[in-house]
Design a protein around this ligand. Structure first.
Ligand code: G1P
Length: 295
């Protein structure tokens, strides 16, 4: 079945980025020239998604505004003859069909996805965490959808992490009895565990914020108890799903940045700006000058 819906959980507080995120949602912080969430929405659209469900909260109204038309602003730009910006502003409003649901209490990622149940309906769907900005030649979600189409299994995105980093991620346990495919990139899974200590981690394969899930996940989420960090974890519900239906991991090809905290956000800005057709050359010159001044 075609994956036409993607759920974007965006209700969180963004505490790792305070004070920048005191009044501005972390999803609207810019990376070079676009807000973080726009990269993820563009990736979803490039992957064939037609409908985006934002799971949001009372502090996050400005995210919807970013994807709405801005009549006053457009009139000003039109009167000034600023066609370039007018086009950019309108393109964002025309980008996607957005549906918003509210998560009234922040009880965890699994709870956020459960809030989208009625809006998703009874079809497989994607989940995209915009904090994970993934840059590559092909859209990461599209790669996962390809793996879903081949395997008919639910799919989680995977990347390798250092052994001492496991407590920051969901970590998967590959199923040694089933063969991997796609040159080792699609890996059948036996289990998933949220944020294990290195000594308890079943592998060094970490879950990154892209998922393609069977609608059966909602039944599992309903029964998922509070897990790591006292939250209702999506990872725990997928672990329960794996007992009934196949779940695979997929090693995507792009580079992932954790833009929900300053370090990853700075790296993303630097890398994307250096490659940017307008800003790259000047930035390279100023970085070279900066490095010489420091000698
Ligand atoms: C969430 C998931 C975790 C995953 C991570 C990827 O954690 O619960 O399994 O590895 O996203 O970014 P969070 O970073 O929201 O704590």
């Amino acid at each position: 079945m075609k994956i036409r819906t993607a759920v974007f959980p965006v209700a969180g507080w963004g505490t790792r980025f305070l004070p920048a995120t005191k009044a501005v949602p972390k999803e609207l912080l810019p990376v070079v020239d676009r807000p973080v969430i726009q990269y993820a929405i563009e990736e979803a659209i490039a992957s064939g998604v037609e409908r985006v469900i934002l799971v949001t909260s009372e502090h996050k109204r400005s995210i919807e505004d970013h994807f709405d038309s801005a009549t006053d602003l457009e009139a000003v730009l039109e009167a000034r003859g600023d066609i370039e910006h007018l086009r950019a502003v309108r393109a964002v409003a025309d980008m996607v069909h957005l549906v918003t649901v509210r998560q009234k209490e922040q009880l965890g990622l699994g709870h956020a996805v459960l809030m989208a149940r009625d809006a998703v309906g009874r079809e497989p769907f994607a989940v995209v965490l915009p904090d994970d900005l993934i840059v590559g030649r092909s859209p990461a979600l599209g790669e996962l959808i390809g793996a879903y189409e081949k395997s008919s299994a639910s799919v989680v995105a995977l990347m390798e992490v250092a052994a001492d980093q496991t407590r920051r991620y969901g970590i998967v346990e590959p199923d040694p009895t089933l063969p991997s495919s796609d040159g080792g990139r699609t890996i059948p899974l036996r289990g998933l565990v949220e944020k294990p200590e290195p000594k308890d981690a079943p592998s060094n394969l970490a879950i990154v914020g892209r998922y393609v899930l069977s609608p059966k996940i909602f039944e599992k989420l309903e029964r998922t108890k509070h897990g790591a960090g006292g939250e209702i974890q999506l990872t725990d519900a997928i672990q329960a799903l794996a007992a009934d239906q196949p779940v695979v991991g997929f090693k995507f090809s792009g580079t992932r940045y954790d833009v929900g905290a300053p370090e990853g956000w700075l790296r993303a800005n630097l890398d994307l700006a250096l490659d940017h057709p307008t800003y790259g050359a000047a930035l390279r010159t100023s970085l070279t000058g900066h490095a010489q001044d420091r000698k």
